[in-house]
Design a protein around this ligand. Sequence first.
Ligand SMILES: C[S@@+](CC[C@H](N)C(=O)[O-])C[C@H]1O[C@@H](n2cnc3c(N)ncnc32)[C@H](O)[C@@H]1O
Length: 280
Amino acid sequence: MPSADEIREAQRESWVGLSAGWNKWDASIMEQLAPVGAAIIKSLDIKADQHHLDIATGTGEPGLSIAKLASSGRVVLTDFVGEMLDIAQRRAEAQGLTNIETVVCSADDLPFGDSTFDSVSVRFGYMFFPDMAKATEEFVRVLKPGGRLCASVWVKPEENPWTSIVMRAIASEIELPALQPGEPNMFRCAAPEFVSNLYKDAGLSEVSEWDVPVVKITDSADEYWEMMSEHASLAVTALKKVDGTAKLRIRERVIDELTAFKEEDLFRVPGLARCIIGIK
Ligand SMILES: C[S@@+](CC[C@H](N)C(=O)[O-])C[C@H]1O[C@@H](n2cnc3c(N)ncnc32)[C@H](O)[C@@H]1O
């Protein structure tokens, strides 16, 4: 079992590599994840003067959307990958947002004082943290009393064909290592109550969770393959282990499976996320 430091460094390296794909496919990724961002924002009840912290912000969501609502407040966007935060900064500038700042830091070691923020969001970050309990304690520490934490994670692979059809196709060519519960992967927090229990252990109250459907939409199967093989964390990692001809067969298989999701001129591939809210 790798140590927390080894996990953090491997994850950092992996996300530095994924940042180009997240930049290239930004519009599609943001469209797919928007319902989850909207659910997080609604549950946080953002006020105009909100002081908000977005953890593992990647290219900036949901932090940038929150900055638009917190017009006289401030939003701090954090991630442990500077390349991701550079994209977030550019997106903020393009949207004319001036009430944000970016800070490179790891979720389990936050450079902020106790009781600093009214709210904290973590959209699709939890499953990658080396020590999720320690990270939750940090989120609670920096929240003001009465402040809210809302995170989202992915529900099990069977509910997420948008990524599992690619993983099945890869598994038809190579033996994929079993996902280890102690190590980061997209589905590590999929069990019901998993994140709720982390919240409760860290002292949050009024904890509840609910599922939010998403859809990945494209008008081109080729584009779908390109997009998935360049930004989806599990697929990108697994594809590093296959050679060129196997990759072509995987691509054909994915494109074939996609036909089941064709509706008129669009491919609409579903997924399911879970949001978890708690109050300090
Ligand atoms: C799936 S992306 C989510 C990005 C964004 N929140 C969104 O929903 O579009 C996961 C992000 O978590 C970041 N991350 C992973 N482990 C982290 C850690 N230990 N501390 C801070 N950020 C981390 C990655 O760099 C990446 O940007």
